[in-house]
Write a protein that binds this ligand. Structure first.
Ligand SMILES: C[S@@+](CC[C@H](N)C(=O)[O-])C[C@H]1O[C@@H](n2cnc3c(N)ncnc32)[C@H](O)[C@@H]1O
Length: 280
């Protein structure tokens, strides 16, 4: 399917399907992205054009095709300790503050975690905090909409090129073990506190429970302002009072939220849920 042959009506219908099913908003002129990401899948399925794909999805909405299309359209780019400062802030401010709030065990949600680098980086940051005497344990949930990403994350095995992105040799040697000449596995003491679940950010969060810390980074940039606002509002409801929300560098909360206070740090901002105020 070449991008020049995408019928404008089909493109419009496809954009609506994508936004409704996973929140991702495709720009007006992203036909090339659609053809490059769906070309192989459509060839394998014997589907000639975008109209044919939409028709197939409509005929079998509960089949596996919609999920595979969404998976192909998502950007799974990630790395270890991405942007560094959130993990520094975890060790310098967030973990010590949660200890001060008398937490011994924290529940953490890494929302839209791709292949697991973010939740494992959080677990490594916690392990390092504990090694320096911090008395805190964690239970970390990584979720993503893409089954292939969740499976990869659960496997906890990474090749040399994935490992080279953001991980120092020191951390690799300490927290990973080599299982094949070019493959390293996250060590059990880091893995034991991390689990993964398939979850769409547009769905309810009640099933996930409440959290002391939520990371939601580099995913809401693909969503509309309304979905972004709605997701952050619902995430805030899942935070325990005194709990923290960490968003991506360019995803700060545009609108004022009474329940969150903004804390400025050297590298960026993080948010903390205020305790319920008497009479508010
Ligand atoms: C660019 S990665 C970000 C990964 C990680 N948070 C980071 O900052 O490195 C975006 C991830 O969001 C996931 N995603 C996209 N839409 C989603 C949705 N509606 N629900 C859950 N995950 C979604 C994609 O599958 C992808 O793995």
């Amino acid at each position: 399917m070449s991008s020049t042959h995408i019928n404008p009506e089909h493109y419009k219908a496809f954009r609506q399907f994508l936004e409704k099913s996973c929140g991702i908003v495709l720009g007006d002129n992203k036909q090339y992205l659609v053809s490059s990401r769906l070309g192989q899948l459509m060839q394998r399925e014997g589907i000639a054009d975008l109209g044919g794909l939409l028709q197939r999805i409509q005929q079998r909405p509960t089949g596996d095709l919609p999920g595979r299309v969404i998976e192909a359209m998502t950007t799974n780019e990630t790395q270890w300790f991405r942007d560094n400062y959130p993990f520094q802030v975890l060790q310098d401010l967030i973990f010590p503050d949660l200890v001060k709030q008398n937490r011994q065990q924290v529940r953490v949600w890494s929302a839209a975690c791709s292949s697991g680098q973010e939740p494992y980086s959080i677990s490594i940051a916690l392990q390092e905090f504990r090694a320096r005497g911090g008395r805190l344990e964690g239970d970390i949930l990584g979720t993503d909409i893409a089954p292939a990403m969740v499976n990869q994350a659960r496997l906890a095995r990474y090749g040399a090129s994935a490992l080279s992105r953001g991980l120092s040799a020191e951390r690799r040697n300490y927290h990973f073990q080599r299982v094949e000449p070019d493959v390293w596995e996250v060590r059990p003491e880091i893995r034991r506190r991390v689990r993964f679940q398939l979850h769409n950010l547009l769905d309810s969060y009640a099933v996930l429970g409440r959290f002391d810390l939520i990371f939601c980074r580099n995913v809401l940039i693909y969503f509309s302002a309304e979905s972004r606002h709605d997701i952050l509002r619902r995430m805030c409801q899942q935070l325990q009072p005194g709990g923290y929300l960490v968003v991506g560098a360019s995803e700060s909360l545009a609108r004022h939220n009474d329940d969150l206070e903004m804390l400025r740090t050297e590298g960026g901002v993080v948010y903390r849920r205020r305790p319920p105020a008497v009479g508010r």
